[in-house]
Design a protein around this ligand. Structure first.
Ligand code: G3P
Ligand code: MG
Length: 241
């Protein structure tokens, strides 16, 4: 079972910052996940929430600020004084951290609240410029966005994100179409997903921070987990259960 660092190594470093991504890049894990929004001036930035309130010393919506305005805020101190001065990273800056590594890169398009017109096109563009096509999976709770990605670039891997308990999930995912299912952890244990796991479908599960749940998911054949503590889960999974 593969391990992805969720929002970088976000249990030990401030989520979605260069510090969290450098830590993930250091680890011999399969991949890393991060979330993308669009600024007022059309720049791709990596942050989880629609606002900067929770993870910075500022306040307001990402969509209402320019990149220059967003860069003035501190995205590290809320987590620990040790990370003071971390700024909001652009997508390009995050991808540069992994330029010399082999990590699989899960770019989550956060267009499920605000539509962020043109964001999917920009993300597909930067992937092409940096020749990362074979190293990415684009996911979203906004299934229209990943349908759009498939139309723009059919060769790119996509994944549909779900919080819900699903009925006939493979039929739905094929209809989008998407290549993989990214499931909220408890629903991955439901009978409908056991049936999916009997096929060769790609199933990744978020967010798994406890070793006993990671082991259960490994036993039922889940492809990968997203965790805030990738180093710890990696070490614990190596130990015999
Ligand atoms: O992509 C997996 C996971 O990150 C989805 O949920 O809210 O953490 O972005 P969230
Ligand atoms: Mg995410």
């Amino acid at each position: 079972m593969n391990i992805y660092a969720h929002r970088g190594s976000s249990g030990t470093h401030p989520e979605n910052t260069i510090a969290a991504f450098q830590e993930a890049a250091r680890l011999p894990i399969h991949g890393v996940e991060f979330d993308v929004h669009l600024t007022k001036d059309g720049k791709l930035v990596v942050i989880h929430d629609e606002t900067i309130d929770r993870t910075s010393n500022g306040t307001g919506y990402v969509k209402d600020m320019t990149l220059a305005q967003l860069k003035a805020f501190d995205f590290g101190s809320w987590f620990s004084p040790d990370f003071r001065g971390q700024s909001i990273p652009t997508l390009h800056e995050v991808l540069q951290v992994f330029a010399e590594t082999t990590h699989h890169l899960n770019i989550e398009l956060k267009s499920d609240i605000f539509p962020y017109e043109g964001m999917a096109e920009k993300v597909v563009g930067i992937i092409g410029e940096l020749e990362l096509d074979a190293r990415v999976v684009l996911s979203s709770f906004d299934h229209g966005a990943i349908r759009n990605v498939k139309q723009l670039a059919p060769h790119l891997e996509t994944a549909a994100l779900f919080m819900e308990v699903l009925v006939d999930p493979l039929d739905y995912v094929r209809a989008i179409p998407a290549d993989a299912l990214h499931l909220f952890f408890p629903s991955a244990l439901r009978p409908s997903i056991r049936q999916v796991l009997e096929t060769d479908a790609i199933v990744r599960t978020f967010t798994v921070n406890e070793i006993q749940y990671a082991r259960v998911l490994q036993d039922i054949g889940v492809t990968a987990i997203f965790t805030d503590f990738p180093e710890k889960i990696m070490m614990d999974l190596k130990e015999k259960s």
